[in-house]
Write a protein that binds this ligand. Structure first.
Ligand code: NDP
Ligand code: 2IT
Length: 449
């Protein structure tokens, strides 16, 4: 039976590869989920009969569009925009927008696929989607960013709606970009439809805690993983890659819980500061002045900047990859384990390569995959949608408590599912299985979707 199921799943994976040529990141994300599903098909044969896996791997809708805009010198520029509406079995399509030069269909599809399962894990009524553009925000003026966002939304708006598709931020899309996107949506539709985007400013429909939510949530997930091992974050040495939104609030919550964060990074290099990262400085450099992390070392002479360095070479107890996909390789994973690292939680989406994941699972360290560990961002987006729907705005304390409860619940669900399906301590299997069952059951209930 198990062999038949494995062959069936391998056949589906090969079909996905053949139908989506060249989309390597998408293949990788699909493979990782499919590898967990053998025991699920054995328990729920109706999922195989109804071809639920094949249906889930095919997005409901994929939109690709031209984004023309003009730079400050008056030159015409053309980018490519995307929105992949992956699955709406559980709720409206929900997921962020990424602006980065590396964006192409394969990246958006991997992110949309991950998002679908992550969103199901939150237990909230949100489907999965993702979008973005191959636009590079680095070095652009505010006016250029505004013109780009307006042009992007001029096409995207027709696909959105608070009951249809609700974007948010991701790499390269933060408060500034969401403001311009929201403004253009409002101008075109003549509707103040707050629930159509999340991550809005807190003065105009945004939720408190959303800025902090992904990072805070990832740290709560680590706290829970350590709790079942009778341990805590107090006094632990931590390394956090990146220095963007997720990294900054991961560092903040780690510090609040008594950990010492000794390194962070950007795509140019690594800062190592043994007495602990000065977070106020990182926030100023990155959130206010939009500068490079290298500039940190000009303020703190006892910190080291390693141009082109590898952050995973820095010894730590807890590692939190929070920059980008495939940033942590098999070699990096072996280095971390050899240096005594015993917990890894992914703030970024798919930051660890398949070889790296295997190293962590074989070493039996506490390893929280992104779709579980970084679900706090989208969960708080759903809390923003709740507040918008009821024309309410909650306090910071109330919202943070809800986030904490959601992350604690996601940890419990993934932990228990791993045990139930015969892989105790394996959060990869727990997250894939628990979320897949939720989506699949909704699809079966809804009939031909
Ligand atoms: P930001 O744009 O705020 O920051 C990204 C950070 O990662 C920067 O420090 C950036 O450095 C670094 N980085 C980006 N690309 C690369 C690369 N190719 N190589 C090395 N470093 C890189 O993005 P976020 O913090 O919002 O997102 C980070 C990760 O977290 C992504 O994987 C995203 O999908 C995921 N995530 C984000 C959520 C959100 O709500 N924002 C929610 C859940 C997950 P540089 O400035 O040099 O490019
Ligand atoms: O990857 C993610 O979960 C996000 N970028 C957040 C998505 C959202 O809709 O809040």
């Amino acid at each position: 039976m198990a062999v038949v199921v494995d062959e069936q799943i391998e056949g589906i994976y090969q079909q996905v590869r053949a139908k989506n040529p060249g989309e390597e990141e998408f293949h990788q994300a699909v493979k990782e989920v499919l590898e967990s599903l053998g025991p699920v098909l054995a328990k729920y044969p109706e999922f195989a009969h109804q071809k639920i896996i094949e249906r889930i791997c095919e997005p409901e809708r994929q939109i690709i569009f031209r984004v023309p805009w003009q730079d400050d010198k008056g030159h015409f520029r053309i980018n490519r925009g995307f929105r992949v509406e992956f699955n709406s079995a559980i709720g409206p399509y929900k997921g962020g927008l990424r602006f980065h030069p590396s964006v192409y269909l394969g990246i958006i599809k991997f992110l949309g696929f991950e998002q679908l399962f992550k969103n199901a894990l939150t237990g909230l009524p949100i489907g999965g989607g993702k979008g973005g553009a191959d636009f590079d925000p680095k070095g652009k003026s505010d006016n250029e960013i505004m013109r780009f966002c307006q042009s992007f939304m001029t096409e995207l708006y027709r696909h959105l709606g608070e009951y249809t598709d609700v974007p948010a931020g991701d790499t390269g899309v933060g408060g500034r970009e969401l403001g311009y996107l929201c403004g253009q949506y409002k101008r075109i539709t003549n509707r103040y439809e707050s629930g159509v985007l999340t991550g809005k400013g807190t003065g105009w429909g945004g939720s408190l805690v959303l800025t902090e939510a992904t990072g805070y949530g990832a740290v709560y997930f680590v706290r829970e993983m350590l709790k079942v091992r009778n341990d805590s974050l107090e006094g632990k040495t931590c390394v956090v890659s990146g220095s963007g939104n997720v990294a900054i609030y991961t560092i903040e919550k780690l510090q609040q819980l008594g950990a010492i964060v000794v390194a962070c990074s950007d795509s140019n290099g690594v800062i190592v500061h043994d007495r602990g990262i000065d977070l106020a400085l990182v926030k100023r450099l990155k959130e206010v002045e939009r500068r490079r992390i290298a500039d940190y070392a000009t303020t703190h002479e006892d910190a080291r900047y390693i141009a082109g360095g590898n952050i995973w070479d820095v010894p730590c107890h807890v590692a939190m990859p929070s920059a980008t996909q495939n940033e942590l390789t098999g070699r990096d994973a072996r280095t971390l384990v050899a240096n005594g690292c015993f917990a890894v939680a992914e703030g970024a989406n798919m930051p660890t390569t398949p070889e790296g994941v295997k190293v962590f699972l074989d070493a039996k360290i506490a390893y929280g995959p992104g779709k579980a560990a970084n679900a706090g961002g989208v969960a708080t987006s759903a809390l923003e949608m709740q507040q918008n729907a009821s024309r309410d705005s909650w306090t910071f304390e109330f919202t943070e408590k809800k986030l904490d409860e959601i992350m604690t619940r996601i940890h419990a669900t993934t932990y228990q599912t791993a045990e139930e399906f015969g892989a105790p301590g394996n959060y990869v299997l727990g997250a894939n299985v628990a979320s897949f069952i939720r989506v699949a059951q909704a699809m079966v209930a809804l009939g031909f979707i």
